[in-house]
Design a binder for this molecule. Sequence first.
Ligand code: BES
Ligand code: MN
Ligand code: ZN
Length: 494
Amino acid sequence: MDIRVKTTQPESQKSACIIVAIHDKRQLSPSAKLVDSANNNRISALVKKGDFDGKMGQIQLLDNPQGIAAERIMLVGCGPQKKLNLKLFKKMHSSILNALKNVNIKDAIFYTAELEIKDTTTADKIRHASEAIFEANYSFNELKSTDKKTTTLKTITFDISDKKDLSKAQQALKTSTAITSGMNIARRLGNLPGNICTPTYLAKQAVQQSKKCKKTKVTILNEAEMKKLKMGSLLSVSQGSREAAKLIVIEYKGGKAKDKPYVLVGKGVTFDTGGISLKPGAAMDEMKFDMCGAAGVIGTMATVSELQLNINVVAIVPSVENMPDGSAIKPGDIVTSMSGQTIEILNTDAEGRLILCDALTYAAKFDPKIVIDTATLTGACVVALGSHCSGLLSNNDKLAQDLLAAGTTSGDRTWQMPLWDDYQDQLKSNFADMANIGGREAGTITAACFLARFTKKYKWAHIDIAGVAWNSGAKKGATGRPVPLLTQYLINQK
Ligand code: BES
Ligand code: MN
Ligand code: ZN
């Protein structure tokens, strides 16, 4: 499906379907008014009867309208004018796309960018509306043998009433197209089950993807190579699994050779049983999503190369499977990380930090400008923040502020938690330099405190995406977050 922008006339525009908006209290938008008068006031008559009152997301299709060139009119409710914001605007476009999926048409024209939203440019509206459309159009059915129905829609056009907004709107479309294609990659990898999406599979996907971009190079480190680097912590998590651990390194060179790279690290646990500290059975299938940090940075690398950003970016993905087995790590085991620091593993289910710490030590080799790691790290983050924002912890205020701002702009929000040394005491071990768990209190913070012991050499932020990377329940599936957040941060660095 392709999205375009154009300046048109709603009454005379040929199309299988035009979409016009109606506000709450039965207020017709400017385009709805034009279409209404050409169409014998059929829309206002319908509205007067009380059949359509303009509530947010309300949809009605009018077939064979007279007096206009389009074959169908779709009315969409957009709620009270004053309350309209970008979030609701996105929601409204998801509703439109879901309704269009049930109509057998190839093209549609949207007259929604004319709706006024406070402090919002036409380009912003196009960016967010098109993102919502691409997101709603996503489906994951490659593993179903039947029921592969997708939309027949090939082209969506946004009408831009003022021609001088066209070029910026086009630019916004480029951005949203690139972000959603990165999100689609991340969602697909997240949705694939643990028996298909193994560390080896993730590595192969990264290699395949890099072939599409000349500026990208991929290196895969195997277990023997990681052993040479003394990644004892990472390898210990993998020792109970029959799947081989991989360290995936993707390098994108869009900047000058001497520009320090932005380094992204993503947790790639392709299935987390908890290991010997086994998780309860309920909803354990969802632990196939425990590689969404990895999927997020792999997806972001695709977006970065699609946008051809003129910066250098490196993605590092430590990938393992966490299984219970005769050779698995046990509570009380002590391992030595690449940094030389020793770790007492008091809970084998706190495995994310054990693989991330070695990847973060490895990251220093790239002389990074900054390092951001992202991980489905703690259930505590879901308890603290729910699914509206990710958790952000950082050893650098400017980096934290930049990420908070990128979250607001992209709609993929994050919220900062403290990384005070006061919490470090919770990681004390009687037998090693540190324990891998910090007790019941402040689980997201103590996890970040653990990582902070490996990131002292550079500016670093940690993003806990346990609550935002996937939906549970009827809409179970990966969301593609934090691709919008990471991409927006990188775009802002140009
Ligand atoms: N992958 C989980 C975190 C998680 C749990 C994400 C539930 C989303 C939903 C992580 O590896 C884990 O198991 N963390 C433990 C840490 C604890 C043992 C200190 C947790 O959060 O319970
Ligand atoms: Mn775990
Ligand atoms: Zn995990």
